[in-house]
Design a protein around this ligand. Structure first.
Ligand code: SF4
Length: 353
């Protein structure tokens, strides 16, 4: 089948399934997938919007941890699917329950404050559950500062994971001195220039290779080429890159800032390549280039053909003649506490608590 034929079949299935189906897509999805989705957003917006939908089937076009979050927040009658179950996230894989328990004990013994775990949305359900169990919260790049402030105000220290750079860049925004920050290595080593006993923030040593790739040389190059260029990057980039840029922000914030900038402005963007390409198409009155072309191969694992197969499986399942391809469900042992930590984030951000 050609791309055009697959697209027509997807539209046809969507029309037949009507309100029974909704298709959320992350900003990093290919432009063809975005065009067929019902709503787009970053991981926070998608989790919140997906939880409001009443559709029986949610086909989540993103990576697995995002579909898992949708499944945790879904109502009992809802089924969450992902077109390709292989769409993972190397950063989310950088910590698991066994390691988290081990380093949490080491940190708790070394620090005089109570340590609350805060996990970035880019993590699996077992890690969200680990946080929920200890009164911690999930956070995203758009609300990390708000979540950390919430716990600091209560006099607690925070274990932030898995992304070191988001934690470090957020700590810079909050003016936390380097001596109060501890880098937590996989073997349990605590690296600190100050007194660990009094440390405020423990940062896990994880990273996203898509964002960690940007260099000082990339910034120098675009500045040499375009005299009036503005540089905006995601806070998953290294601290040095964020400091050399004009601004940083979450995926939603980057989209909004560029959208609202005056016509004729030139932007170099340090984030995922598919997203930058789509912005360059959406905002043709501006020049938008990648700081360096850095695609997320896992996001690209969601293809038109797999979306079509997923939709067809929903149609068959709904007619009692097949099984769902691929349903995402979360182990019962993690569901309650993972839900608790996601809900905590929503409540803190909305000012409910
Ligand atoms: S962009 Fe990075 S953090 Fe996001 S899904 Fe891809 S690898 Fe994971």
């Amino acid at each position: 089948m050609t791309e055009k034929e697959i697209t027509e079949k997807i539209i046809d299935l969507k029309n037949q399934l009507k309100d029974k189906i909704t298709i959320p897509a992350h900003h990093y999805q290919n432009i063809e997938i975005v065009k067929l989705s019902d709503f787009i957003g970053d991981s926070y917006k998608l989790a919140v919007e997906s939880s409001k939908t009443s559709a029986k089937y949610i086909i989540f076009c993103g990576v697995r941890f995002m579909a898992e979050s949708a499944s945790i927040l879904a109502k009992d009658y809802q089924k969450v699917l992902i077109p390709n179950v292989q769409a993972g996230c190397p950063m989310a894989d950088m910590i698991d329950l066994k390691i988290a328990n081990k380093v949490y004990e080491i940190m708790s013994n070394a620090c005089e404050n109570k340590i609350i775990p805060v996990v970035y949305m880019n993590s699996y359900a077992d890690m969200k559950s680990f946080c929920g169990e200890k009164d911690g919260s999930v956070c995203t790049s758009s609300n990390a500062k708000t979540i950390l402030e919430y716990y600091f105000k209560q006099g607690h220290s925070v274990f932030f994971f898995p992304d070191y750079h988001l934690g470090k860049n957020t700590s810079n925004l909050m003016g936390i001195p380097q001596q109060q920050i501890v880098k937590v290595k996989k073997d349990g080593t605590l690296e600190c220039t100050g007194d660990v006993k009094k440390a405020k923030l423990f940062l896990w040593d994880g990273f996203c290779h898509v964002h960690q790739t940007f260099t000082e040389g990339d910034i120098k190059l675009v500045k040499e080429k375009y005299s009036n260029i503005k540089i905006i990057v995601h806070p998953e980039c290294k601290e040095s890159i964020v400091k050399l840029s004009d601004m940083s922000g979450s995926t939603e914030q980057i989209y909004k800032i560029i959208k609202e900038s005056p016509a004729g402005t030139t932007w170099a963007v340090g984030t995922e390549a598919n997203f930058i390409y789509r912005m360059s198409k959406d905002f043709r009155d501006k020049v938008i280039i990648p700081l360096r072309v850095s695609p997320c191969m896992n996001m690209e694992k969601i293809t038109l053909s797999l979306l079509y197969q997923s939709l067809q499986s929903v149609m068959d399942y709904d007619n009692n003649s097949g099984s769902l391809k691929y349903e995402i469900s979360v182990a019962q042992e993690y569901k309650i506490n993972a839900h608790k930590s996601l809900q905590k984030m929503i409540d803190i951000v909305s000012g409910k608590i």
